[in-house]
Design a protein around this ligand. Structure first.
Ligand SMILES: Nc1nc2c(ncn2[C@@H]2O[C@H](COP(=O)(O)OP(=O)(O)OP(=O)(O)O)[C@@H](O)[C@H]2O)c(=O)[nH]1
Ligand SMILES: [Mg+2]
Length: 238
């Protein structure tokens, strides 16, 4: 098993070093940081981490920034390596690196494994009531409109089997932020990927600022309707 963790970063200079250090404590794991020219110098912090350890590499993006664009470029780069599993994870320490082995173990049974808050055993800590309600509502809203059979489709903690990710239409996924996560999950189900969820505990970030904006929310409100109207392919299961 040769897992690679993609960490998208925008102004995460305080969060990145401790996250990378913990990830490198896990066996056989490599890290790809995808930075979008963070004004706070996270890109240089990432370069220093890469210079200190060959298991870390950095993709410096230029041009339009965005979580979705960063992930697409990071995934393409990951697929050019010999990684067997590709893991998506926020770089803000909201997810516990100690859960990575649990997602990897479950990926023996599923093409896509989601670290999920809204399943039995899953938890959210330190989130203000309005963020909790927004996130729960968003998931119920998406499920109702798109019939996506996933309890936590806005979680940014996911593990892909390489073969499954390689078959995803990466250039077709255009949305950003939470909408990107929803659209990607929808495309995975539509492509016949098997999806599993493992319960995780999510902790609100302690360092740095959220990038959640009105635009991100509006895009997420509209996306499920676009997905509901999108033709379903229903290919054979992978
Ligand atoms: N490369 C890149 N990374 C981004 C961009 N926007 C957000 N990120 C990263 O994506 C991850 C999730 O972003 P957050 O700001 O934590 O968004 P969130 O989790 O929805 O918001 P919080 O609940 O406040 O944490 C973090 O690692 C961010 O640094 C971007 O435009 N480019
Ligand atoms: Mg976050």
């Amino acid at each position: 098993m040769r897992p690679l963790v993609i960490l998208p970063t925008y102004d995460e200079r305080a969060n990145l070093p401790p996250m990378v250090e913990r990830l490198l404590g896990l066996p056989d794991l490599r890290v790809l940081v995808v930075d979008d020219g963070s004004p706070d110098g996270t890109g240089q912090v990432a370069d220093a981490l890469a210079a200190a350890d060959a298991r870390v590499s950095v993709l410096h993006r230029t041009g339009a920034r965005g979580l979705g664009l960063a992930y697409i470029d990071g995934m393409k780069q990951a697929l050019r390596t010999d990684a067997t599993h590709i893991i998506q994870m926020d770089a803000d320490q909201s997810f516990d690196t100690a859960d990575v082995p649990r997602l990897l173990a479950e990926s023996a049974h599923a093409d896509l494994v989601i670290g999920a808050r809204y399943v039995a055993g899953g938890r959210v800590e330190n989130w203000q009531l309005h963020r909790r309600l927004l996130s729960r509502f968003a998931n119920a809203y998406v499920r109702t409109i798109t019939r996506l059979p996933i309890d936590d489709c806005t979680s940014g903690f996911r593990c892909w089997r390489r073969e499954a990710l390689a078959r995803m239409p990466l250039d077709r996924i255009r949305s950003d932020g939470y909408a990107f996560l929803v659209e990607f999950a929808w495309e995975a189900v539509n492509a016949g990927c098997s999806v599993a969820q493992v319960p995780i505990t999510f902790v609100e970030r302690r360092e740095g600022a959220s990038k959640l904006s009105g635009g991100v929310i509006l895009e997420s409100v509209l996306l499920p309707w676009r997905l509901a109207a999108r033709p379903r392919v229903r290919r054979a299961r992978m």
